[in-house]
Design a protein around this ligand. Structure first.
Ligand SMILES: Cc1ncc(COP(=O)(O)O)c(C=O)c1O
Length: 403
């Protein structure tokens, strides 16, 4: 193994994870015991779960679990093949038709993960040398990697300042009209703020650009019945490509692209992560169908998660925390320093009798100096739990001089 063994061995002995473990504040790979509920057991601690993306609480909804079990009985546990060849089952088609109807698009295709959806869709769209991509500075890693896989030079990649429409316009002016694809998160995954889609779409029209919105954290949460960012702004017909994932509000795993027939046809014949990977197992598809059954009829889950997050956001602001521009189910607590963020996570986690599990987010997932604790909320959380969490944040934040 030569070089390959040596570099891994060196990293194991002296890499940052090992050094951080020695200081006792390593915050990753904690095990959740049992279900992803508002209060969970983790590594022997009872903690309030402010670190999951189970926004609607569907991960343990009885009807959703029942649907997944029924699908296993009916279709078996897996497809064992790629959609292109032998992995297309009737439940994939049923799900794609249902999602297209839900989002109000002509067509939809389902991937095995959201990461694969972004890798495959973005790289296949950016297939020519004379195309440009304009990407928000805080877009998710799967978008960044999808762009890297596209067939274009670094000259054709424009990264604009986060949600800064003036900077986006500056970038659009530098490229030929009709040759740009603007790619953005709908709800930004770390700070929970919403893209200024109304202005972005106006710019896209002015410069004849395509629009690609990643709705991983929007679907289920914003827009009527959780139809996502484009629906929230009533701009579904102006957003060319809507991407999303099943790993958050839909409480399973998988991803999708909702677009017109021509775009879906292009992606399903050209996206390598779609063609060369097995299709999602039937139970995942049945899970999403069951969640759709619920959220199409009942807005209470979506309303609850937004009101829980709102109560938290107001409470944290009153305590003196910097919670950025969030207005969704994600509320960041900006700490601004790497080690302090990890320490904050650890002290929150170990608080007794109950701690808080959250997500410490450090550079490169944030800007340097923008390190934060990412908290996220579940529709089934009660006000008592929220208030308990606020008390813990007050206590720990004061002790650590964060507030
Ligand atoms: C904005 C965004 N896009 C895409 C993904 C990838 O989704 P998946 O977990 O389905 O691979 C994530 C997951 O964290 C995300 O936050």
């Amino acid at each position: 193994m030569g070089q390959f063994y040596k570099k891994c061995d060196k990293y194991l002995r002296f890499g940052e994870p090992t050094l951080v473990k020695k200081t006792g504040i390593y915050p990753y790979f904690y095990q959740v015991c049992g279900k992803q509920n508002p209060v969970v057991q983790m590594d022997g601690n009872e903690v309030i779960m402010l670190g999951s993306n189970n926004y609607l609480g569907m991960a343990s909804h009885p009807k959703v679990k029942e649907a997944a079990q029924r699908a296993i009985e009916e279709y078996g546990v897996g497809s064992t093949g790629s959609r292109l060849l032998n992995g297309t089952m009737e439940i994939h088609i049923e799900l794609e038709n249902r999602l297209a109807k839900f989002f109000g698009t002509e067509d939809c295709i389902v991937f095995s993960t959201g990461m694969q959806a972004n890798l495959g869709a973005i790289s296949s769209m950016l297939s020519e040398k004379d195309e440009w991509v304009l990407s928000d500075q805080q877009n998710h890693a799967s978008i960044i990697d999808g762009i890297k896989l596209g067939n274009m030079s670094s000259h054709n990649k424009k990264i604009y300042q986060h949600n800064d429409m003036d900077d986006l316009e500056k970038c659009l002016k530098e490229i030929p009209k009709g040759k740009g694809l603007i790619v953005t998160d709908g709800v930004f995954s770390m700070e929970g703020d919403i893209v200024k889609l109304d202005v972005l779409v106006e710019l896209a029209e002015k410069y004849d650009s395509g629009v690609y919105v990643d709705d991983a954290h929007s679907v289920g949460v914003i827009g009527p019945h959780g139809r996502g960012t484009a629906a929230h702004f009533d701009l579904v017909d102006k957003v060319g490509i809507i991407m999303g994932t099943f790993s958050k509000s839909f409480a399973t795993i998988g991803g999708y692209i909702a677009a017109n027939k021509a775009i879906c046809n292009w992606i399903k014949h050209k996206a390598r992560s779609f063609i060369f990977s097995a299709s999602p197992p039937p139970a995942n598809c049945a899970t999403v169908l069951a969640v759709l059954d619920i959220i199409e009829k009942d807005e209470s889950y979506r309303k609850n998660v937004l009101s829980v997050a709102d109560r938290m956001r107001k409470g944290l602001k009153n305590l003196g925390y910097d919670v950025g521009d969030s207005s969704t189910a994600i509320v960041p607590l900006i700490v601004g320093e790497r080690r302090k963020t990890m320490k904050f996570f650890k002290v929150l986690f170990e608080n007794k009798p109950r701690g808080i599990f959250s997500n410490p987010v450090v550079h490169p997932a944030t800007s340097k100096g923008g390190e934060l604790i990412r908290s996220s909320y579940i529709a089934t959380m009660t006000n008592e739990i929220v208030d308990e969490a606020l008390h813990i944040f007050e206590d720990v934040g004061r002790k650590m001089k964060i507030i």
